[in-house]
Design a binder for this molecule. Structure first.
Ligand code: ADP
Ligand code: MG
Length: 322
């Protein structure tokens, strides 16, 4: 199978929204009047972001999900995406499964594939997403104020728990592994929540590298610090609710929830006067949200243990070049 047959077979579909899509030299995009384009790129590299034997359908899902998660963090509505794909050989079965996972999520968010590039090489997937947001209303990393509540959506740490189990660093009961593995391989981008938080959240980002590291970006951009309640974050690990996980070490729970990575939940701040509005937005989006702490004027992050003492922070979040 050649390059163009491969594109036609798996990645070219009738164009719905944009005037021109796959098949021309450029795709054309027209943001509606009064809207800004929100644009983000994420690359997934074999061995770095996924294991070589990963199911291609799940990989198709995840490659788009991590990009949609960036749109969610900005409060943008997905419009379209491009796909740059490098792969060792033209494997029709692999492409078919990859495209299935990719388009199932794309269709869920009415996000259209409008172009890309296909080359032979090591397996590498690069997606650029385009979304729209009313001008001036995008959620940013800066804007958190002392006194604001710090919130996270959904659950934290299960993806890391699964990854460590798959890398054989510890064993998990099969039922726990399969649930946690779903969080690792099929993250849910919180697109509806991001849009519902426009005008409510004072800052927002998505957690890809671990809560503390990513929250650190908000703190730095906003020139503030934070206090986090470990008693609350520990309960955000879904696996912990399983009866067979009662003996899970607190140090592992903290490592996974505070610095795990691959969560793709939103972390955002809002004034405490907006608590009801935050809960309404979460209900509207159908995602649970939890207040995990508070923004303070004093720089740095203080994680408080149940007894009231401060936890020593031994975690660092993921850095490709560290
Ligand atoms: P060019 O050489 O002009 O860059 P290509 O031959 O690379 O064009 O691609 C032909 C068409 O197929 C273009 O419209 C491009 O956007 C699209 N395309 C290529 N690869 C992909 C892909 N993986 N997914 C979607 N569209 C693709
Ligand atoms: Mg090309």
């Amino acid at each position: 199978m050649g390059e163009f047959e491969l594109i036609r077979s798996f990645f070219q579909r009738p164009v719905r929204r944009s005037p021109l899509g796959v098949g021309d030299d450029c795709a054309l995009l027209a943001p509606a009047p009064g809207m800004q384009l929100a644009v983000s790129t994420d690359m997934l590299v074999e061995g770095r972001h996924f294991l070589a034997d990963v199911n291609p359908q799940l990989l198709g899902h995840k490659a788009l999900a991590v990009n949609l998660s960036d749109l969610a963090a900005s409060g943008a509505k997905p419009l379209a995406f491009t796909l740059a794909l490098s792969m060792p050989r033209a494997d029709a079965n692999w492409c078919q499964a990859f495209a299935e996972g990719l388009f199932a999520l794309a269709d869920q968010h009415e996000c259209e594939l409008i172009g890309g590039d296909t080359t032979q090489g090591p397996l590498n997937i690069c997606i650029t997403v385009f979304g729209e947001v009313p001008a001036g209303q995008a959620l940013l990393r800066r804007g958190a104020q002392p006194g604001d509540d710090i919130w996270v959506s959904g659950s934290l740490g299960d993806a890391r728990l699964a990854l460590d189990a798959l890398l054989r660093q510890h064993a998990l009961p099969p039922a726990v592994l399969s649930q946690a593995r779903q969080r690792l391989e099929q993250p849910t981008p919180r697109v509806e929540l991001g849009m519902a938080l426009r005008g409510i959240a004072s800052s927002c980002l998505d957690i890809s590298d671990g809560l503390l590291g990513d929250l650190g970006h908000i703190l730095e951009a906003s020139g503030v610090g934070a206090r986090i309640d470990a008693n609350i974050t520990r309960n955000l690990l879904q696996a912990r609710r399983h009866p067979m996980m009662a003996a899970l070490a607190i140090s592992r729970i903290d490592a996974c929830t505070l610095a795990g990575g691959d969560d793709y939940e939103l972390c955002f701040t809002a004034p405490s006067s907006a608590q009801a509005a935050v809960r309404d937005a979460a209900a509207q989006a159908g995602v649970p949200v939890t207040c995990i702490g508070r923004i303070e004027a004093e720089r740095g992050v203080r994680v408080m243990a149940p007894g009231g003492q401060q936890l020593p922070l031994r975690f660092s979040s993921f850095d490709h070049f560290a």
